[in-house]
Design a protein around this ligand. Structure first.
Ligand code: UD1
Length: 422
């Protein structure tokens, strides 16, 4: 298994270009199940999770051409050959559940393994199921598998989500595009990835209004056709390099980013004393001008502070003056990184869903740490870059699931990081 070997690197300086969004492209690829014809998707990040989704599409009978020189994926859909998603692919990626809605809408049936829990929480799919049931699906579930069927097709309905789940909003929205009548999703998730998916579905002929607000209205159509689409930049990768600039007290110009998608991260970094400027060429973040100070974070659904940035921001807060508090409201168990940051010398007290990070800490010092999930792994890498001495981050397959060329992009900014096969 591979690990990152990291040495103290000083301030990171230079430019970085952000890749296409992982969380946008996964449902977009799943949505190609709905259409007949050919789709060309550009700015696709070359990631393990994307490859798994491409393999799932192939297993269902679609032709998928991955062109990594151009970062495009072409999907040709001449008909779906099975409604059963292979077990060995689903277990590689929780986001496989995105194929449930499209597969059900297109073929009248979807059989898929349950995504199961992970280190950040139990990850239930009750809201996905609730939405599809309200649209007329029959859902059978045992401990390992969910089987959804709608022999007479899906029918539009009012779907109120008890929590604005990103995945449930996407699954219901995709299924609704080919359902009879109108579906209204209330308390829908408002994340930019939902808007990108809605834009792609609309290009394929879907009728969707309100994506990006808490009420999305979808009028079902008979068929969807092929389309071309460019995926939005990854806002969490953008946020990661913003933190890299601040935590290293450096100066990074972040190109191919959409500042509107990272407003809460900009606001919180500015509260800490970092300088963030929306320049012509990109977003410039400087941690080298002011002394950085504590702030509090409360994770929320978009447009609140993203849970996917919580571990990264916590790493930064261990290096600033004053006591900070971090509250995680989206996932039930998303503080695994706190124990790993403690191994680097940080002082973090976790009380349920709250973490307290006392100020004026000693500098972090290098140690061997374990990446427990994707964003936790990235947080440990950034902490390792500013820790005195030598740090090793193991189980980096988590990080590689979601960051394209992470170590190369960091190296170009002056980071001393190597990927080593154990
Ligand atoms: C997506 C993102 C993930 C991000 C998360 C929240 C992708 C591939 N992943 O995950 O990076 O951290 O949004 O911004 O886009 N829940 C239920 N029942 C359900 C569904 C969700 O209780 O049926 C709960 C979850 O356990 C969690 C919360 O709702 O506590 C948020 O989950 P959700 O928004 O669905 O996240 P994902 O779509 O899985």
């Amino acid at each position: 298994m591979a690990k990152y070997v990291i040495d103290y690197s000083g301030p990171l300086r230079g430019e970085v270009v952000i890749s296409g969004s992982k969380n946008a492209v996964l449902p977009i690829l799943a949505a190609t199940i709905l259409m007949e014809g050919e789709c060309e998707i550009s700015d696709v990040p070359n990631l393990l999770d994307v490859d798994v989704m491409c393999r799932i599409l192939r297993s269902l009978g679609l032709e998928v051409i991955e062109n990594w020189d151009e970062h495009t994926v072409t999907v040709i859909n001449n008909g779906i050959t099975t409604s059963v998603v292979p077990h060995e692919l689903v277990k590689l990626m929780r986001a496989s559940i995105f194929v449930m809605g499209p597969l059900l809408a297109r073929t009248g049936k979807a059989v898929i393994d349950l995504p199961g829990g992970c280190s950040i929480g139990s990850r239930p799919i009750d809201l996905h199921n609730k939405g599809l049931k309200l649209m007329g699906a029959r859902i059978l579930m045992d401990d390992t598998t969910v089987e959804a069927s709608a022999a007479n097709g899906l029918k539009g309905n009012l779907v109120y989500l008890d929590f604005p789940s990103v995945g449930a909003t996407e699954n219901v929205m995709m299924a609704a595009t080919l359902s009879a009548g109108v579906t209204t999703i209330e308390n829908a998730a408002e994340e930019p990835e939902i808007v990108d998916l809605a834009n792609f579905l609309t290009k394929m002929g879907a009728k969707i209004k309100g994506a990006g607000t808490d009420t999305i209205r979808i009028e079902g159509v008979e068929k969807l056709h092929g389309a071309r689409h460019t995926v939005i930049p990854d806002r969490i990768e953008t946020g990661t390099f913003m933190i890299a600039a601040a935590i290293s007290r450096g100066d990074i110009l972040i190109k191919n980013s959409i500042p509107d998608h990272v407003r809460p991260v900009i606001a919180k970094l500015m509260e800490c004393g970092a300088i963030v400027n929306d320049e012509v060429e990109g977003l410039r973040v400087r941690g080298d001008i002011n002394d950085l100070v504590a702030t509090d974070i409360n994770t929320l659904p978009y447009p609140g502070f993203p849970t996917d940035m919580q571990a990264l921001f916590m790493a930064l807060l261990t290096t600033v003056d004053g006591t900070s508090q971090v509250i995680e409201t989206v996932f039930e168990n998303r503080f695994m990184h706190a124990a790993e940051l403690t191994r680097l010398g940080a002082n973090i007290r976790v009380e349920g869903r709250k973490a307290i990070i006392p100020g004026n800490q000693n500098p972090l010092t290098g140690a061997q740490v374990v990446s427990t999930d994707l964003r936790a792994g990235a947080a440990l890498v950034l902490a390792g870059l500013v820790a005195k001495g030598h740090t090793e981050v193991s189980e980096i397959y988590h990080v590689e699931r979601g960051y394209e060329d992470f170590q190369d992009k960091l190296k170009a900014l002056g980071a001393k990081i190597e990927r080593v096969e154990d």
